[in-house]
Design a protein around this ligand. Structure first.
Ligand code: SF4
Ligand code: SF4
Length: 200
């Protein structure tokens, strides 16, 4: 279990760095999330790695609710991230119920960069921010060379390189959490049997 806790600490450290980096860019350009918006969470197909869900899985384990969360995820039939609380019928408004432990992609999404096919920096901004702040979006495009946006794929690589074995696998968010909780519970089971199967 210590190996999983060490991995989780490393993941959380990259999360902090990514949140700072992307937050700084969003502050500089003004392309920040809209108050009360949760439109991007209203989607069960958000792809994350099980490694990104490890801090949350360990948190559930430490709270003694890992098994019950696994059952809830198995029964979940909503069309969103299972930890999204909707505040509007259409699901556009709402909030994250596990904000401290949200995966890496949730710390980077909104206004971020990518490399286009010519290797030039591109800017990816969610529909909601684009519509609410067209002027700021245009400004960010104009200043893209002097203020390049941080890249989601680079952020993903930083997380994945902590443990490429389960950091490179991308799954729908609820499945990735199930897999992370299952690993934690499997490890705990063997710990009870006197064996640490994830020991380095
Ligand atoms: S973990 Fe939180 S921020 Fe990420 S998709 Fe789910 S509800 Fe949204
Ligand atoms: S990234 Fe865009 S869609 Fe998601 S919460 Fe922020 S403003 Fe809303």
């Amino acid at each position: 279990m210590q190996r999983l806790r060490d991995l989780s600490s490393q993941v959380e450290s990259v999360f902090t760095s990514l949140a700072n980096e992307f937050g700084e860019y969003q502050k500089t350009t003004g392309l920040s999330c809209l108050d009360g918006c949760g439109a991007c969470c209203n989607n069960p197909d958000i792809e994350v790695s099980p490694l990104e869900m490890l801090p949350l899985a360990l948190h559930f384990f430490d709270q003694g609710i890992a098994e019950s969360m696994l059952d809830k995820l198995a029964e979940y039939s909503g069309f969103a991230c299972a930890h999204y609380h909707r505040n509007s019928l259409d699901g556009e408004k709402g909030y994250c119920t596990i904000y401290t432990w949200r995966p890496g992609i949730c710390r980077m999404f909104g206004a971020a960069g990518y490399s286009n096919k010519h290797g030039m920096p591109g800017l990816s901004v969610c529909k909601q921010i684009k519509q609410a702040m067209p002027g700021k979006y245009q400004n960010a495009l104009i200043t893209i060379s002097s203020t390049p946006p941080p890249s989601i794929s680079h952020g993903r690589q930083r997380i994945a390189q902590i443990d490429p074995g389960w950091g490179n696998e991308l799954l729908p968010i609820n499945d990735a959490l199930r897999q992370a909780i299952s690993k934690v519970l499997t490890c705990a089971y063997y710990m009870d049997e006197g064996e640490d199967i994830f020991a380095a």
